[in-house]
Design a protein around this ligand. Structure first.
Ligand code: EPU
Length: 432
């Protein structure tokens, strides 16, 4: 089984190009099947989650042509089934966007319950409530783990979300773009990827206003048409490299980013003692000393993202003094702390709060990635640690980070993907 072998202690230095946003891509890929005309999508990250989504689209008759590594053409004029199932689809969370897309286009959808990272119970009640309000009266989960939604007709509705949810906001935009009349989504999520999916749908002829605020208004249109679109850069990939610079006392410029999307991340890096330089489409992080302690609470955008919580915890684990990290989005997102403790961290988790007593250094260990973002955070810890670390279950990391190993190597990291004891020994000889 492949793992990362890492020798820590090298400050990361250089420039790294950030790819397209995974969580925007998942919504946009689903949306692209809502027209019969060809759609060209650029800056699609080539990661396991988007690969699984493309497979799911193909399984119902969508033609997906790969123009180059990050550009695809989607032709969905011959979709022959409204039922999506298969093991690959269970693995990703974003598969549920196919319900909104199929329901919106064909008024009928059956999709295997989504999987994704095990970071909490992750209910979908708000999606289902919205589908029902739009006219899919049977929307629900049936035996065999399928989500179903069928409607005779879809009519605009006033939907008040009980909590801020990215998934339900995107799914309800998809389901309502071609519904008759106006839909209003109140308490909508404001994440950049929600705005990106809305922009994409508008390029296809939809009439969506207010994305990026907490009230989204959608006037139904009869049909969507083909378009060409470039996905926004990935806020979390960028943030992960920014924290990698902070933790290794490095100097890293993340390129091809939208600095505005990174403000909550940059603000925390400044609080812990890093220097930040912003330009139009790049952010440079320079760290010269041990991080300072601080407190942070994850919140919906524009708050500090839950997807950056493990990375900041890794940084604060090395800060002088006590820091408190509060996770307010997912209840089970501190599982990686056990692994970090094996590397010498001193962190106590009490329900949704981690109380961190900073240590001066981490020590290499044999650990596993429990989920996507935590896996990336553990890589960062290993890059700063004394000695060697091996990280198993890197398939989680590959769900959302394209060429993570190659990008880190280009910044000077001593990290390699190895398969088996022999390759690990070779890596140790080379780096010893
Ligand atoms: N929630 C409900 N009911 C619902 C929907 C959500 O109770 O019907 C709750 C969730 O349990 C959670 C909160 O609302 O406590 C927010 O969930 P949200 O719907 O925003 O999350 P998601 O759509 O399941 C997406 C990203 C996650 C990211 C969150 C928050 C995708 C595919 N996933 O998940 O990304 O953490 O939004 O920003 O877009 C990742 O990329 O590593 C990742 C986990």
């Amino acid at each position: 089984m492949e793992q990362y072998a890492i020798k820590g202690g090298v400050p990361l230095v250089g420039e790294v190009e950030i790819g397209g946003a995974k969580n925007a891509a998942l919504g946009i890929l689903a949306a692209s099947i809502m027209t019969d005309e060809p759609v060209l999508i650029e800056n699609v990250p080539d990661v396991r989650d988007t690969q699984a989504m493309i497979q799911a689209m193909e399984s119902i008759g969508t033609v997906v042509e790969r123009i180059d590594k990050h550009t695809i053409r989607v032709i969905a004029s011959n979709i022959h089934s409204r039922v999506v199932h298969g093991d690959y689809i269970k693995r990703i969370r974003g598969s549920y966007y196919l319900i909104g897309a199929l329901l919106g286009k064909y008024k009928s959808a059956e999709v295997t319950l989504p999987g994704g990272c095990n970071i909490g119970t992750r209910p979908i009640d708000q999606h289902l409530k919205g589908f029902r309000a739009l006219g899919a009266k049977d929307a629900g989960v049936i035996g065999g783990g399928m989500i179903v939604a069928h409607a005779d007709e879809l009519k605009g509705a006033h939907i008040y979300l009980d909590m801020v949810t990215v998934g339900a906001t995107i799914n309800l935009m998809l389901a309502s773009v071609m519904a008759e009349g106006q839909t209003i989504i109140e308490n909508a999520a404001k994440e950049p990827h929600v705005v990106d999916v809305a922009n994409f749908l508008n390029c296809m002829g939809a009439n969506i206003k207010g994305a990026g605020t907490d009230v989204i208004r959608i006037k139904g249109v009869p049909v969507l048409h083909g378009t060409e679109y470039t996905i926004i850069p990935d806020q979390i990939e960028a943030g992960t490299f920014m924290f990698a610079a902070a933790v290794t006392k490095g100097d890293v410029t993340v390129k091809n980013v939208i600095p505005k999307h990174l403000e909550s991340i940059s603000a925390k890096l400044i609080e812990i003692g890093c220097e930040i330089e912003e330009s139009d489409d790049a952010v440079r992080v320079v760290a010269t000393k041990r991080p300072l302690h601080t407190h942070v609470k994850t919140l919906p955008y524009p708050g500090f993202p839950t997807d950056m919580q493990p990375q900041i915890t890794v940084a604060l684990g090395l800060a002088e003094g006590t820091s408190i990290v509060t996770e307010s989005i997912f209840e089970n997102r501190f599982k990686y702390v056990d692994e970090l403790t094996r590397m010498g961290a001193n962190i106590k988790v009490e329900s949704s709060t981690a109380i961190i007593e900073g240590v001066t250094n981490y020590t290499g260990a044999s650990i596993s990635a429990p989920d996507l973002r935590a896996g990336a955070a553990l890589v960062i810890a290993a890059l700063a640690a004394d000695g060697y670390t091996t990280i198993d279950d890197i398939r989680y990391i590959e769900r959302g980070y394209e060429d993570f190993d190659l990008k880190l190597q280009s910044l000077g990291a001593m990290l390699e993907k190895v398969d088996g004891e022999r390759e690990l020994q070779k890596f140790k000889l080379k780096t010893g």
